[in-house]
Design a protein around this ligand. Sequence first.
Ligand code: SF4
Ligand code: SF4
Length: 193
Amino acid sequence: MAVKKCFFGIKTDRQVDGDRMNPTVMNKVLTEGGESVSVAACMQCGTCSGGCPNVDKMDLSPRNLVLMVQRGEWEKVLKSNTLWLCTSCHTCTSRCPRGVRPSEIIEAVKALAIQEGIENNSVKFNQIFVELIQKRGILFEPELMHKYGGIEAMLSQAKLGIKLALRGKLSPFPAQVKNSQKFSQALEKAVKS
Ligand code: SF4
Ligand code: SF4
């Protein structure tokens, strides 16, 4: 979690005045995130960070990430591991007293980061996941593992995979949704919305 810095007792990582906010960066995030997102309304209370199950692993807490967007510290935001450690549980959004919707801000920044060419294992994993869901509608875990980590990843998890299959928790064969046409239509609609 980001360390709070103090300057003569004043916390320097806290709320910025409206006139010191960066409208360019905020608007970029708002355009991507949609009308419900409200970056400027954040009062830096920290409720979002207090409820985040992954905050101890993040270099910017959700509160801090919103502050960096307010300040326009775009490079810091783009490099943050918070984008990839957020599990989209939406606890922060459900608890925020100002309707800021931090989880949606993170989603928006993540989408912008991918558009700006950021590449890492999380992006790769997400892209393979989406591709496989589009293909058959239901995830076939061994296929995901093979595409993501190759044969080595499959071998390293083989013992667990066999155990799961024997207990009926993992099918050794790929499944398919019953009505693939309806599924494709629903997917198309979701992408457009
Ligand atoms: S809970 Fe809402 S208002 Fe409070 S710091 Fe988080 S985003 Fe800002
Ligand atoms: S949605 Fe992300 S940032 Fe918000 S509480 Fe969950 S993990 Fe933390």
